[in-house]
Design a protein around this ligand. Structure first.
Ligand SMILES: [Zn+2]
Length: 65
C-alpha cells in the first residue's frame, strides 16, 4: 500500500486534483495525499487516447482500433 511521504501524516489515501501550473500550456492532474495535500505525482489532465477517439467521432471517422 502506498503511503504519504509526509512522515507526520502517513495516510494511504490519495486524490487527483486538476491544477494550473505556470509555464504549462495544459492543466495537470496532481496526485496528492487526501489528508495533508502533499503532492506525490503529476499526470497530464487529458487522456490522449480518449482525446483521439473524441476527435475521430467529431470528424465522423470510423472508431480507431
Ligand atoms: Zn499526507
Amino acid at each position: 500500500m502506498s503511503k504519504c511521504p509526509n512522515s507526520e501524516c502517513g495516510s494511504d489515501s490519495f486524490e487527483a486534483v486538476k491544477a494550473n501550473v505556470k509555464g504549462m500550456k495544459y492543466p495537470a492532474l496532481f496526485i496528492q495525499c487526501a489528508e495533508c495535500k502533499t503532492v506525490v505525482g503529476t499526470e497530464p489532465a487529458y487522456y490522449v487516447p480518449q482525446m483521439l477517439q473524441d476527435l475521430a467521432k467529431s470528424l465522423e471517422l470510423p472508431p480507431l482500433p
